[in-house]
Design a binder for this molecule. Structure first.
Ligand code: EAX
Length: 339
């Protein structure tokens, strides 16, 4: 009997010691991503296809980080909403349960309103103008506002100028959008912009979009050419009007909880890699924007050049509507910086 009791006490002690080991006290989030060999693993997620420049750029980022840290920091890339939709991932960064994410600016407006300025229709004249604003003090200042939300914005990658596709009819002027059910990102400016042109906005996460188009739950969507190609929207959308109504920047984000837990040399390596891989990702997109128009036509998509003047006129009131929220100064700064 005594033997059994002694065995039971030893068993209980072993189990409680093992559980205490799992608890491990409060680990810094950076440590949590570190394995027993001192290698830190970063999970970075995005919602686009495995062959989109988001994925290719992040793989280049992973290579550069690995090299700059001597293998001490590994980056695992998760595409196609494997880690959730963009809002889910931004929230996971705030909690420190995910280390990095690559998203469009649109959902970030729900976290800091300064991002709204970048989603004003036709605010960017061209790629050069966008880069001057985003890579300069204005863009860096807006990224800084994320830190109060527990997120560090490393730099702006690119999604691109967005165009309207639909399954119903050629869109050549704003009135052609009348009554069209269009999927939009969850961003108030995007909704008000398309409402101003008579469309019916349907906010929806990107991961649900292809099925919604296939089942005709929505008639239309808007995205840059590289997404229309890599997400195979040409299979479910007949018409593409090259409106270029929004320019979507794509901030590369890191959890502040995680990043602050890293040694300074690894933080420096990650910041440098983010900028080097950004330039690579932008170049990939520029090449795709050249090559994919013809490939979409080969897939029997009808691509239409449009006169942007009437579209700009139709949505001008959105600028005035959001001036009190964004601030006249910030809007003017973005316009002036492109002159
Ligand atoms: O950031 O949701 C969209 O249409 C975006 O282009 C996508 O999330 C990539």
């Amino acid at each position: 009997m005594k033997k059994k009791l002694a065995l039971l006490i030893i068993l209980v002690l072993c189990v409680s010691l093992a559980l205490a080991g799992c608890g491990g006290g409060s680990k810094k989030s950076g440590d949590a991503a570190k394995d027993t060999k001192g290698v830190t693993t970063i999970k970075v997620g995005h919602v686009l296809a495995p062959d989109h420049p988001y994925t290719l750029g992040l793989k280049k980022f992973a290579e550069i980080v690995d090299k700059k840290t001597g293998g001490k920091v590994k980056v695992n890339v998760f595409h196609s909403s494997q880690l959730g939709n963009e809002r889910d991932m931004i929230e996971a960064l705030q909690l420190g349960t995910q280390q990095m994410a690559l998203v469009s600016t649109a959902p970030l407006a729900g976290f800091t309103k300064q991002f709204l300025v970048f989603d004003l229709p036709f605010i960017f004249s061209d790629y050069k103008g966008a880069y001057k604003v985003l890579d300069g003090e204005i863009g860096q200042g807006v990224l800084k506002t994320l830190e109060a939300q527990g997120i560090i914005g490393l730099t702006y990658w690119e999604n691109g100028f967005r165009h309207v596709t639909n399954s119903k009819r050629p869109i050549q002027k704003p009135g052609d959008l009348d009554g069209l059910k269009i999927r939009l990102m969850e961003n108030p400016i995007h909704m008000d912009t398309f409402k101003a042109m008579g469309a019916l906005p349907m906010p929806m996460a990107f991961g649900e979009l292809f099925t919604a188009l296939q089942q005709k739950t929505v008639d239309a969507q808007e995205n840059p050419v590289p997404i229309i190609w890599t997400s195979r929207f040409y299979e479910v959308q007949k018409y593409c009007s090259l409106t270029g109504h929004f320019y979507a920047a794509a901030p590369l984000l890191v959890s502040k909880k995680f990043f602050d837990g890293l040694p300074a040399d690894q933080q420096k390596a990650i910041r440098e890699a983010a900028v080097e891989a950004r330039d690579y990702e932008r170049q990939l997109l520029a090449q795709q924007n050249k090559d994919l128009i013809d490939k979409l036509k080969e897939k029997k998509m009808e691509l239409l050049e449009v006169d942007k003047g009437p579209f700009k006129e139709a949505v001008k009131k959105v600028w005035a509507q959001y001036e009190p929220t964004i601030g006249k100064d910030l809007i003017q700064k973005v316009v002036d910086a492109q002159k």
